[in-house]
Design a protein around this ligand. Sequence first.
Ligand SMILES: Nc1ncnc2c1ncn2[C@@H]1O[C@H](COP(=O)(O)OP(=O)(O)OP(=O)(O)O)[C@@H](O)[C@H]1O
Ligand SMILES: [Mg+2]
Length: 402
Amino acid sequence: MPTYIRCIRPQSIDPGLFTNREGEYRHTKEILRSVILARGEEERRLMIHGDSGTGKSILLRKVLSHLKHEIDFISVIVDGKTSMNAEELLRDICENLASELRDEYGENEKAICEISYLDEMSRVNTVTRGWARSRAKEIETTTGAEIGILNFFKLRMGVGSRATGTEELTGTVEIEIDSRFLRQLISHVIETVSADRDKEVVIAIDNLDQIHDKAQIAEFVHEIFKHRKSLLIAVLRSEAITLEFHRSFRDPIVVGDLSGDSLKEILARRLENCPEKEILEQKLPPIADKLRMITGNPLSFLTWVHFLCNNSELNPATMLDDLKSFISNFYGFDPEEVSVISKFFLSRENPFLKRGEIVDQSGVFEGDYDAMIENGILVPDDLYTPQKYRLSPDLAFFKLDL
Ligand SMILES: Nc1ncnc2c1ncn2[C@@H]1O[C@H](COP(=O)(O)OP(=O)(O)OP(=O)(O)O)[C@@H](O)[C@H]1O
Ligand SMILES: [Mg+2]
């Protein structure tokens, strides 16, 4: 019977699970501290990149959450994984900013009233001047600190405290809430809040490469770069880095593979509070020890361990065959064919290769090549104009069969 467990959590980025990587953790924290404290300087940007699954997202969360105990700043984290396009990311920034500001302003009546309209604007496609006018009136009846919404209504939407004849006429005209509108709104609020609270607002965009519409990554970066008032952290996979990124983000932090010992510690931390701890501590080591020797990628390692715990008897003798069923489950591909291409790449230390080289030399059917790219068995060197491909780190377990 498989040991059904939930404690391995291959997708979790809970900072409480973070172990090891002391060097990168300290380095990233110190850099971030110095950019946060360098207030007033323009274009403060930090990029964290690395291959898929190396631990960028958990590092970001760990560093931000710890730094918050040491210096005072407001952080807004958004995740490209849950966004379709550039506009949605900007909407997420608005929504998460509203939620952070709710904590910041507590019982402050005017701020809370303004925050609710910031939140509302993050969700609708259009507003009318009439809507803004009535919200403005409502805000004006409250007291306390402002987060910039009333001011934004006046400046961007021509809403005064007294209605003019023209305003009456244009009251029903719809104003589109597009990327430009959202960016101006975010800029305005951040500027007001950081001056009012004397605090830096840090915007962190995690998994930027994973927004659904890849063609929009550049547009998003372009839009967000126009906003110069807060510190921007972009976290993405290396293959998504464009020339514009290179030019805009100096001195990036690169998150690389981990050692076998680090993977052992990562697994041990996950087992600490596991209800099945006792049995896993008996059955897992022979398997986990083999697997951590053939990968430095924590996501692949945890994914394999999770799969084996829930789908096999944790028998080292059948581990390779058990993992082959992982291929049918996750990639919907014939494991034997994937075995051929995997061993082809792994026996050469997994280089990036061109289509011609792969098809001619690997023995993979020409017709399956595109499907392998589509299914993530082969991963590109460049997200936008891929020239070459190599094997996904999740298939490195075929090293056991070389
Ligand atoms: N230092 C670490 N301590 C504990 N767990 C880690 C560490 N590094 C990575 N992990 C785990 O490995 C998995 C992948 O980490 P994460 O999602 O942060 O990688 P990523 O580089 O952001 O991946 P992607 O490229 O897919 O966005 C997660 O389950 C995470 O908890
Ligand atoms: Mg990530």
